[in-house]
Write a protein that binds this ligand. Structure first.
Ligand code: 4GS
Length: 246
């Protein structure tokens, strides 16, 4: 997986790229990350990368030209079919499916905005897809890009060790994850659910599935709308609905 980043502040990514799954992935060559700074591509005599908004209003807008030239430089190196993603509250919501789509593209270029945003003409003519990490406003797209890199890394084959897999996580089957416990059996007077100590793998699997459906229906009922339930899953769900009506 290759990720290019267009950012005025590449230093922000420093330690983030050194640790854990991403650090290991870069070390082993499974993930490669490169940067282009619009500052290095400005045609402006003073090297300006932003300017006042036409029509007035507060703040500054990122100029199209320096970002466009940075994208061109990235395409020169990685190929003209590079998938250009702009991180913005106006994009489609990021989720596990979007991340899997990025993995399939193999090469993505993340454009991080600053200030009030980017000149709309750049977005129209040089961006393939707009993605939002949530309904709030950040001061820069860099943190959003980190979220994308972190999430997509977990899908890179060979990166998560042992049994663990991004495909077992919350959302990968459209449900929230079941609760996890580790030693000791009793902590601060609270014990681990007995069934997890039973050694009965089938019962444990059933319990976990029930917990997943239970939590999803209570905490994120919206997730269940876009998912077809199995017979067993429907039973758990119906029991919850009955209980909430009592
Ligand atoms: C997001 C977001 C964001 C928008 C960047 C204003 C600076 C800022 N990016 N998901 N300009 N939410 N970007 O808030 O992706």
């Amino acid at each position: 997986m290759w990720v290019g980043i267009i950012s005025l502040f590449p230093e922000i990514f420093g330690p983030f790229l050194k640790f854990g799954v991403i650090g290991r992935g870069r070390h082993s060559g499974l993930i490669k990350i490169d940067f282009w700074n619009p500052r290095d591509f400005s045609d402006d005599p003073k090297g300006a990368v932003d300017d006042k908004p036409y029509g007035g209003g507060p703040g500054m807008v990122m100029k199209a030209q320096p970002i466009f030239s940075a994208i061109e430089a990235a395409k020169e190196e990685r190929g003209s079919d590079l998938h250009v993603v702009y991180l913005s509250p106006q994009g489609s919501p990021l989720n596990q499916n979007v991340l899997k789509g990025f993995l399939e593209k193999r090469n993505i270029l993340l454009v991080c905005g600053r200030y009030e945003g980017i000149d709309e003409r750049l977005i129209e003519h040089a961006v393939d897809e707009q993605i939002s990490i949530g309904d709030y406003v950040l001061s820069g797209g860099e943190t959003a890009a980190m979220v994308v890199i972190d999430g997509v890394s977990r899908f890179v084959p060979g990166l998560l060790g042992g049994e663990t897999s991004a495909h077992d996580d919350s959302f990968s089957d459209g449900l929230l994850e079941y609760p996890q416990y580790t030693r000791p059996v009793t902590w601060a007077g609270h014990s681990v659910p007995d069934i997890l100590l039973s050694g009965d793998h089938q019962k444990i699997a059933d319990w976990r599935k029930t917990e997943s459906i239970d939590r999803t229906s209570k905490r994120r009922p919206d997730l269940l709308k876009s998912r077809t339930l199995t017979e067993k899953e429907r039973k758990v769900l119906n029991k919850n609905i009955e209980m909430s009506n009592e």
